[in-house]
Design a protein around this ligand. Structure first.
Ligand code: NAP
Length: 272
């Protein structure tokens, strides 16, 4: 039986992936910040929950040791934990920025680093990380999120050169808008946006992301199915998009300056 480790498995894409892999007969090490609160996954026979806060190296090490003790071999790692810091950079305080990068970049990097020797020695493994359509194009007021997801893209591409010789595949899943807690519980807001010069732009953006659009979003289950395909297809393909191909094509239909002008105008952000 194969084993996958998933970070951020308490909700959304991580939880859906845990259930999907378990249903396909995999062992799942579902890691999360608060496993004591998890009810659904802990009921599944081939799923075990572990404490792992990607910003806390001690929990990375203890989860790694316990998972290896429980399952012996890890075949796949799904780096999925993440959230978005929303707001203009100048209103995002240092702690907010450091926390976002600790989670999205440093934490993901350290978890990956932890599992590499095991997979390298086995000459077998898949490391897949959740990037985003926001790792390929940018939208307003989420510059630190884009910065982080662009970094994840660079890490996974760069790592491919190191790990392909050892039969360890690095891959990316790039979701568009997905119905999860991402746009509510997991959205961290910079302070004082409404009263600032960015208020109009922010309202336009948040309206755009709100209810009517969310009805047409793909589900976390859709992403989980693609993650499963990526982990099991045995191919060196490394980029798997979900629900964003039209958006990417639209981005590629214009040059950088046209894109920035188009998006700026769309969110009424320029000239306020
Ligand atoms: N939803 C979208 O539209 C969308 C689009 C593109 C990419 N993504 C990416 O998809 C990934 C999953 O997000 P989601 O949409 O499934 O949203 P979600 O339901 O809010 O899930 C986010 C998960 O990340 C976990 N997390 C946050 N900080 C963590 C930390 N320090 N250590 C461990 N876990 C942590 C959360 O755990 P807690 O329960 O402890 O908070 C939660 O399990 C993220 O990387 C996000 O950037 C989402």
């Amino acid at each position: 039986m194969k084993t996958i480790v998933i970070t951020g498995a308490s909700s959304g894409i991580g939880k859906a992936s845990a259930k999907f892999f378990a249903a396909k007969g995999w062992n799942v090490a579902a890691t999360m910040r608060h496993p004591e609160s998890e009810r659904e996954l802990s009921e599944l026979p081939n799923v075990k929950c572990y404490e792992l806060d990607v910003t806390d190296s001690a929990t990375i090490t203890s989860a790694y040791d316990t998972i290896l003790g429980d399952f012996g071999k890890v075949d796949a790692l799904f780096n999925n934990a993440g959230y978005c810091l929303f707001g203009p950079l100048e209103l995002s305080d240092e702690e907010q920025i450091r926390n976002a990068y600790d989670t999205l970049i440093i934490g993901l990097t350290l978890v990956t680093k932890k599992f590499i020797p095991h997979m390298r020695k086995n000459r077998d493994g898949v490391i897949i990380s959740t990037s985003s359509v926001g790792g390929l194009l940018t939208l307003p007021l989420t510059s630190t999120y884009h910065e982080a997801k662009y970094a994840v893209e660079g890490l996974m591409e760069g790592l491919s050169y190191e790990l392909y010789p050892f039969n360890v595949y690095c891959k990316l899943v790039e979701p568009g808008g997905i119905q999860t807690d991402f746009w509510n519980r997991s959205l961290v807001m910079a302070d004082g946006i409404d009263e600032s010069d960015y208020g109009k732009q922010a309202a336009g953006y948040l309206n755009q992301m709100a209810q009517p659009v969310s009805d047409s979003r793909a589900s976390a289950d859709d992403v989980a199915a693609v993650v499963y395909e990526a982990v099991t297809d045995g191919e060196k393909k490394w980029r798997y998009t979900v629900a964003c191909d039209d958006f990417i094509a639209f981005r590629r239909s214009m040059n950088d300056e046209e894109w920035i002008a188009h998006i700026g105008q769309m969110y009424s952000g320029f000239g306020v």
